[in-house]
Design a protein around this ligand. Sequence first.
Ligand code: PRP
Ligand code: ZN
Ligand code: MG
Length: 225
Amino acid sequence: MRTHDRLRIAIQKSGRLSDPARDLLARAGLAFRESRDRLFCYGESLPIDLLLVRDDDIPGLIAEGTCDLGVVGQNVLEEQALERAASGQPEAYRAIRDLGFGRCRLSVAVPNEWEWPGPERLAGLRIATSYPQLLARWLQGQGVQADPVVLSGSVEIAPRLGKAEAICDLVSTGATLMANQLKEAAIVFESQAVLAAPAQHFGDARAELAAMLLRRLDAVLSVRA
Ligand code: PRP
Ligand code: ZN
Ligand code: MG
């Protein structure tokens, strides 16, 4: 067991959210000594450390108590929350602040040449995605029955490989869709980076550290807004 007199924040090791997350924490006055493997960064200015991980691992790390807070896309957090709920697990974490960066949308995209009368176009078809829960919730809301095909990456090439007719993936600039002759047809979920925390309050020194960090983050975020 680690001692709980330090706070541990998980952020994405490399990707879209890494630099803005580090920048935000730096503005809040956090400074870190880089470890050689750069997976763990010891906090020098405050007893707050960083863990650099895959974004998809962040909700689980918070749920199991390995990390106390995390900077992660709402899309990842919500997908895994739905998955936990579907398998009867209790709510383990929640988004406590919108961070205003990493904005993107989870969208259904279809081949450029398709006509798009509406979501009913997807009826009975295979849709490749890494977000089966968010997609299923949206399909249900639309009253459309389709077949999700779960892929962990490179979702955009699934139609060309004959693995699916359409996809449901994150769109930011739209460059990935364009490069794969796909067009955005419907928005399933709008996302941005959030600060995630356990559903349960910290019953120790971490409570005060987290409160202090939140005051500092709120000051930084209010200047940005
Ligand atoms: C997403 C998505 C696309 C890309 C779209 O992946 O899967 O590959 O971004 O962005 P664009 O519209 O700007 O081209 P991302 O790298 O964010 O996350 P992942 O590595 O976790 O899939
Ligand atoms: Zn990811
Ligand atoms: Mg990707």
